[in-house]
Design a protein around this ligand. Structure first.
Ligand code: MCF
Ligand code: FE
Length: 404
């Protein structure tokens, strides 16, 4: 047993003082330091630095490690040119992205306090790295392929990758999961099969959805800038599905919809009614010129995620939260900060069905210690100060083990 004591504890009911946490791999007890020492006299006591806040480990629900080599290859600013640049540079980016590079990005995520992440995997290349990294990884095997001729082959490859991720389940913190790439890139037949795989195996399910105006136009009327893209690369001028049909494919299984920047009120209400949720990627949306997701009006739960280095400049969760504060400039800043921290802890865990994200008895002992540069003058601004002053967590624990 270990006991960790910080000046402040972030709980589902807000910040509390004079409370310590006793833990093994899971949280066993919460009380004053004196109470816990009395109850567990043999426990090792960890006293964190002054002005520290004990947070549950942060959760980055959506990242593409396979694109970690991108710095200046992909075109930012607008969706269609970005997509063109992905096709043009994909092979060289994948080739340049080795295990060392991906593991380094996992370590950087961990130093920022991320103890769990959702890895969207197109080829399964990052499976070995995800087995090695100490973090809990929801391993989203991605299905892609809109051309009916190749659909069965691509589906077969997807099944193999699902199996490979299932075989690591016992020896690592990998949780096998399913990702449908998007409505414009997945044929409805294989889409439904993959949804059923997730449903049958109770796996987390995710999809990119209504990220850009270009995607919306293509799905609505096979028009807009994606028309030239599909004509050039796939020799087709018609969409394989539409917005309604795509949403309906997920009716019976709660899914994490990434982006949704261009979803309208009716669509968002529909997703909410079916028990779905959203992964909000503020920097990715800004860098690809997709617009701002109006998080103040969302009728459904959301997480905040970095997306990959294919559409970002870092996988640091605090960089993302600071960007979210700037992007959502009309939302009162204290309220927004509190909401964002919930989005990367308890809300994200609930969405992905994980037993972490909250400092509560019986939850997994995943912690990130955030140390403020001086004694906070007011406790009602702790959420904002945490976001503004943190680049790296001062200590990180996963299932009770210290990694930073
Ligand atoms: O989330 C961003 C933007 N939207 C869609 N896809 C991706 C993102 N970052 C990487 N991707 C990947 C995706 O997984 O890029 C490929 C897929 O393998 C795009 S398909 C031309
Ligand atoms: Fe993505």
């Amino acid at each position: 047993m270990k006991i960790i004591n910080s000046d402040f504890l972030y709980t589902p009911d807000g910040y509390v003082q004079n409370k310590a946490v006793a833990f093994t791999e899971t949280i066993k007890d919460i009380g004053t330091l004196e109470e816990l020492i009395q109850r567990y006299p043999d426990a090792k006591v960890i006293q964190t630095e002054s002005n520290s806040i004990l947070y549950p480990g942060f959760i980055n629900t959506h990242v593409h490690l396979e694109f970690s080599a991108n710095k200046t290859s992909l075109a930012y600013g607008s969706f269609k040119p970005w997509l063109d640049s992905v096709i043009e540079h994909r092979d060289e980016l994948m080739g340049a992205c080795n295990n060392e590079m991906m593991l380094d990005e996992c370590t950087k995520m961990m130093r920022s306090g991320i103890t769990t992440f959702g890895a969207i995997s197109s080829f399964g290349n990052e499976l070995e790295v995800c087995e090695k990294t100490p973090q809990r990884v929801v391993f989203f095997n991605e299905l892609i392929g809109s051309n009916a001729t190749y659909a069965d082959m691509l589906y077969g490859d997807f099944q193999e990758r699902v199996k490979a991720s299932q075989s690591c389940e016992t020896s690592s913190r990998i949780i096998p999961a399913v990702a449908i790439h998007s409505p414009y890139s997945v044929h409805p037949i294989i889409l439904q099969k993959a949804v059923n795989v997730a449903k049958k195996n109770h796996m987390p399910l995710s999809t990119h959805f209504l990220e850009s105006q270009a995607e919306r136009e293509w799905l609505e009327s096979s028009s807009g800038t994606l028309r030239a893209f599909f004509l050039k690369y796939f020799n087709t001028s018609t969409t394989v599905t539409n917005i309604e049909e795509f949403m309906h494919a997920f009716d019976t299984y709660p899914t994490h919809f990434t982006h949704c920047v261009q979803a309208n009120e009716e669509e968002l209400n529909y997703l909410a009614q079916k028990g779905h949720s959203i992964a909000h990627c503020p920097r990715s949306n800004r860098y690809l010129g997709c617009g701002r997701l109006a998080i103040e009006d969302l009728p459904l739960p959301f997480s905040v995620a970095t997306d990959g280095l294919s559409s970002n400049d870092s996988l640091n969760i605090f960089d993302e939260l600071r960007a979210a504060i700037m992007l959502h400039n009309d939302i009162p800043i204290q309220e927004l900060s509190q909401k964002l921290l919930r989005a990367v802890t308890g809300d994200a865990a609930e969405i992905l069905g994980l037993n972490c994200g909250k400092i509560e008895v019986d939850k997994l002992a995943d912690f990130a210690v955030v140390t403020l540069p001086e004694k906070p003058k007011r406790t009602d601004e702790l959420a904002l100060w945490s976001i503004l002053h943190t680049k790296e967590a001062s200590e990180v624990y996963i299932e009770g083990e210290k990694y930073v």
